[in-house]
Design a binder for this molecule. Sequence first.
Ligand SMILES: Nc1ncnc2c1ncn2[C@@H]1O[C@H](COP(=O)(O)OP(=O)(O)OP(=O)(O)O)[C@@H](O)[C@H]1O
Length: 280
Amino acid sequence: MQEQQRPLIQFERVEYGYEKGKPVLRGIDLSIRQGEFIALIGGNGSGKTTLAKHCNGLYKPTSGTVRVEGKDTVTMSVAEMAGVVSYCYQNPDHQIFQSTVEAEVAFGPRNMGLSETEIQGRVEEALAAIGLIQLRKEEPYFMGKGTRQKIAVASVLAMKPRVIVLDEPTTGLDHHGVREMMALIAALHRAGHTIVAITHDMRLVAEYAERVVVMRQGEIICDDVPARVFAQPERLAEAQVEPPALSRFALEAGLTEPLPLTFDSLYVQMAKKLQERGGR
Ligand SMILES: Nc1ncnc2c1ncn2[C@@H]1O[C@H](COP(=O)(O)OP(=O)(O)OP(=O)(O)O)[C@@H](O)[C@H]1O
């Protein structure tokens, strides 16, 4: 079996409710494999955050099972799982509470019970990867949203998780901040991290994700590569999701190959089509 194919996180018939008799997750079956870049999409309240928080055991299923590297999350603490799966909060202020950037980034590794030398090495490495080394002694509280979001990602990275779950990592960032954050996430993916990202930005899904999981009222209604997911506008409308402009263009132009939905790939397909027509 290829490394890419090994399930790292496995949901089986997972149900979850915050209140009795009001299920929020309804029979989730999902396998997340090593090296994937998954976008989790769906309307407000469809259960994305609730599902994401099951990936690292922040929440445990009401029924069904979630297995991380084959182990039932019911039997593991979040700290135990931190080296495998880490969750990055939608609002960095829910995550950041130390008085300096380096103390914040050191918090996770310290919680994992690592030695001081190992902790310092990891802090250095994570801050360098995110490009924040010069801010290590600064106080995170006064920094802009984009920088606080990056500190939150560095804190997660310092735990060296195989899977990074990001809850709306670009919300509240300006265009430049969105581009920077997505470039950073793409680099983490290239470096071997499995990425699960919740987002409402379909343009980013089309551009970066390799697989899209669509939720509606606590269920997964679609799970496929972006081009095939976005080729089902009626289905997506049920989940209050509108396909990005590029995929609508691709559909109308009859470009059906499930390539990444970027201008470049559509251009290549268009050129091929025109060549075929010219050759006839
Ligand atoms: N702590 C909580 N207590 C009670 N109900 C909750 C709690 N958190 C979420 N819910 C409810 O569970 C449902 C799913 O919420 P969840 O946050 O998982 O959805 P979501 O798809 O992430 O939404 P959004 O896109 O708005 O962030 C919603 O009806 C929400 O009101």
